[in-house]
Write a protein that binds this ligand. Structure first.
Ligand code: ZN
Length: 260
């Protein structure tokens, strides 16, 4: 970032510009490799990066280049450095997408429109996620889904517990799809989803209707029935679309409070 600016200041001399770009590439290549490892899931949230000296050795570069790369990764919010403990991978990618989505949802001033747009995004993503989950879910993922359903059964009169378990269920499907990019996308809209689900929960019978569909989705996944899972998720989202229409109206008319 600093270097291209410097190159500009130096004018259009080809040699100087070329050398500057090469210098900047060194640490950018390290940044890029670490970003790729995060995207592929080889580095996960909470993983510790090796010490500066070891990284320099692995990448075959100076410690200065490593330090510069770490600084860039910190600025991007991908790592967090704790003095005395080391440098750790954060989950900043979903967080920054979530913040942009939150801003878009709130900034529009059109709650109804935003809600429908969110359902549209879910209709594009989640039926295919359910189909992938049917093909790829392992025992651990199935157990997470069953547990989430059991919590929702117990929590019909406890909105917070119900909504958290609902989110867990949908996240478990995204996790079962076994694609870290899909998981990041879903993880990033979870905060927005939470608000939408609060309005659905307020609709009479919304929770029961949701559970009916959750059970059909899980059943299809347990039978490794990708088509059935896709269809069941579509129906669930149609119900979400209908119930959030009712929920938004209700919120506008008699529940002015904005959930945190
Ligand atoms: Zn649901």
């Amino acid at each position: 970032m600093i270097i291209p600016k410097k190159s500009q200041d130096e004018g259009f001399g080809g040699r100087a510009v070329y050398r500057a770009v090469q210098t900047s590439r060194l640490y950018e290549q390290i940044v890029q490799q670490i970003e790729e490892s995060i995207a592929k899931g080889a580095l996960k949230e909470g993983d510790q990066l090796p010490a500066e000296r070891d990284l320099a050795q692995q990448f075959g570069v100076s410690r200065t280049a490593v330090r510069e790369a770490i600084k860039a990764l910190r600025e991007k919010g991908l790592v967090e450095a704790y003095s005395g403990r080391g440098t750790f991978i954060t989950s900043a990618t979903p967080r920054s997408i979530r913040q942009s989505l939150d801003r878009m949802m709130r900034g529009g001033g059109d709650a109804q429109g935003g809600t429908i747009q969110l359902v549209e995004v879910r209709e594009i993503l989640e039926p295919e996620i359910a189909a992938l989950a049917a093909a790829r879910a392992d025992e651990g993922a199935l157990k997470t889904m069953r547990d989430a359903l059991a919590v929702m059964d117990q929590a019909k009169s406890n909105p917070d517990a119900f909504i958290e378990a609902d989110l867990d269920f949908h996240l478990a499907l995204a996790e079962a799809a076994d694609n870290p990019l899909i998981l990041s996308l879903i993880d990033s809209i979870v905060g927005v989803l939470r608000e939408q689900r609060i309005s659905i929960f307020m609709v009479e019978g919304g929770a029961e209707r949701g559970q009916y569909h959750h059970k059909k989705i899980l059943e299809a996944i347990e039978h490794r029935d990708a088509q059935g899972a896709r269809a069941a998720m579509r129906e669930h989202l149609r119900q979400v679309r209908d119930d959030s229409r009712g929920g938004s109206n209700q919120e506008v008319s008699d529940t002015p409070k904005q959930p945190a």
